[in-house]
Design a protein around this ligand. Structure first.
Ligand SMILES: Cc1ncc(COP(=O)(O)O)c(C=O)c1O
Ligand SMILES: N[C@@H](CCOP(=O)(O)O)C(=O)O
Length: 453
């Protein structure tokens, strides 16, 4: 399987090279050249596989340049650090409502699903190619921690994480800055996640720097992230009774649009999912897109669901590619206009698969309370956004994207509960090590230059 850039000016690459490259050199995002199709017989054959076996079977369609036994071993290792035997349990709340819990990995957020795997893939690549690798990511809280824990102490790797200072939750910051690992560098920048992500893309666009440092990406600009996230949708879908399978809507707390895009890509591979609800916080650019057809950037407003405080959603470009009939020249045109004006209006696009909801900060505590009172379920503030606009005519599976213990202040204020997790408690007495760096590509480049392996 080859992977092509949404902007069409990069030669197609195999899986391992596309993963190592991260952002395509033409500024676009990699996508599979064609989306493989799963027939209903093939789907039936996947039912009953455990999570690692399902993940391996799914990736056979994509990671065709890694032999199956090697890939299976990488996958098996990646999911041993999850504490729930089902890896991604489906918790019933009502007849037509379930929660897909995605927070049983080492950093208690859905990012672990892809970043444990990516960390092990990088380790495999370093060994196979006899090279070191420097990994760069931007985070609004969870990707950074998960990426760091995917690569912690792995020989031949260094990891550089940009995050908006003061705009991630205190325990998220501790997960990144209290590791004590000497291959981890956390850069606290002034500004928002969008500022961090813009600087990161500028650095990846600098091919000389990227190639010199063998720089790779851990954000969902990396196609391996999105593919690994397809697997938990598939796993959940396969576990639903037949009547629910075709009527299911996944309700997805959304920021950078990687999570819900993964589900949508799986639907486009022939898995008959009814639809997806894009659930935003008060940073509602994607809510506005899917209700009006207009994609228009606004100021990022810090919220109680800080990891979703994003306006410029990276994976919009992948969606755009499909929405524009897979025409890279149109993607280039739209992205150039968008960069200059901060807006784009679709004349028409089929958004029937998507519904959308948004949730203000004023609403989040009330939703946490009502979910707790109605179902006895403790939802973190991001997951709470997915409960904002319940549907009655379909089977809803809400994606619980983070463990509530990461956000104790909001939980205490909403329901008087103080959720704790031993891995987070252990961090509270450790020293924070972070590096203030200006949110400019030059300053970040200089920082990396001095520390890269
Ligand atoms: C807890 C949590 N929920 C939801 C999201 C949004 O996911 P995505 O950026 O893939 O849309 C994030 C960050 O990405 C997150 O950390
Ligand atoms: N919410 C994310 C932001 C980055 O998203 P990604 O999926 O592109 O890595 C975070 O927690 O860092």
């Amino acid at each position: 399987m080859n992977f092509i850039s949404t902007r069409g000016d990069t030669p197609a690459l195999g899986f391992s090279d596309a993963v190592a490259t991260g952002l395509a050199p033409d500024g676009g995002l990699f996508l599979p050249e064609t989306l493989p199709q799963f027939s209903s017989d093939e789907l039936k054959a996947l039912a009953g596989l455990d999570y690692p076996a399902l993940c391996t079977a799914f990736f056979r369609r994509f990671a065709t340049d890694i032999d199956e036994a090697t890939f299976a071993a990488i996958v098996a290792k990646s999911y041993t650090s999850f504490t729930h035997p089902e890896i991604a349990p489906l918790v019933p709340l009502a007849d037509n409502l379930q929660v897909l819990e995605l927070f049983h990995g080492p950093t208690l957020a859905f990012k672990d699903f892809a970043l444990q795997l990516l960390g092990n893939l990088y380790e495999h690549q370093c060994a196979a190619r006899g090279q070191t690798i420097n990994v760069l990511g931007a985070t609004s809280g969870d990707t950074g921690a998960a990426a760091i824990h995917g690569l912690l102490g792995k020989p031949g790797t260094a990891i550089f994480i940009l995050y908006p200072d003061g705009r991630v939750a205190p325990l998220q910051e501790r997960q990144m800055t209290c590791t004590g690992a000497d291959n981890v560098y956390t850069m606290a920048i002034e500004g928002s996640f969008d500022d961090a992500q813009t600087a990161l893309k500028d650095i990846f666009a600098d091919q000389t720097f990227r190639l010199h440092h063998r720089l790779s990406a851990v954000n969902s600009i990396n196609l391996a992230r999105v593919l690994a996230q397809c697997v938990y949708y598939l796993s959940a879908w396969l576990r639903l009774p037949t009547a629910q399978q075709e009527n299911v809507e996944f309700v997805v707390p959304t920021g950078n649009f990687g999570n819900v895009l993964a589900g949508w890509m799986l639907q486009n591979m022939g898995v008959p999912i009814r639809g997806f609800k894009v659930a935003t916080n008060q940073n509602d650019i994607l809510y506005r897109l899917f209700t009006t057809g207009e994609y228009k950037v606004d100021q990022v407003a810090p919220s109680l669901a800080p990891s979703m405080d994003i306006q410029v959603a990276s994976n919009f470009e992948r969606f755009l590619y499909f929405a524009l009939g897979r025409d890279p020249s149109r993607v280039r045109e739209v992205m150039t206009t968008f960069k200059a004006t901060g807006e784009y209006r679709f004349e028409s696009f089929d958004r029937s698969t998507f519904s959308a909801s948004r949730c203000s900060d004023a609403e989040i505590p009330g939703i946490i309370k009502s979910v707790y009172e109605r179902f006895g379920y403790v939802a973190d503030p991001h997951t709470a956004c997915a409960f904002a606009a319940p549907d009655s005519d379909r089977h809803s599976v809400v994606l619980a994207t983070a463990h509530p213990a990461k956000f104790p202040d909001t939980l205490r204020a909403a329901i008087g509960v103080d959720p704790r997790h031993p891995s987070l408690e252990a961090l509270k007495s450790r020293p924070i090590v972070k590096h203030p760096v200006a949110a400019s590509a030059d300053a970040i480049r200089a920082f990396i230059e001095a520390r890269a392996v």
